[in-house]
Design a protein around this ligand. Sequence first.
Ligand SMILES: [Zn+2]
Length: 123
Amino acid sequence: MHEWSLACELVRQAETEARRRNALRVHAVKASVGVLTGVVPELLQRAYEMARQGTCLEEAPLEIEVEAIRARCPRCGREVTLHSPALVCPDCSALGLEVLGGDGIFLASLELEVAETAGGNHV
Ligand SMILES: [Zn+2]
């Protein structure tokens, strides 16, 4: 399952980032998923809930942001935004658009609870 390995990768990235920033807890995870990846958000969501077990993300819900495809048309030169994975220019119907974005999946943001840094005024 495609979504499973992506979910594991997201969990790994989020954990590494949380550790790097000495987070006490992770409140939320946001991932950006390009339309062209063909990833089904519901499946990724379910895979994430399994993949996060036993990690510091156990309490952190995943928010998925779907990223439209950005592409350039080789014929009319226009930059277009597509919401389905069919790479056809909406203006001149040319095929073989050059993809500029929306073909990947990445960790968009993390909401962390970080320990007070030294020099705080708590007693
Ligand atoms: Zn075109």
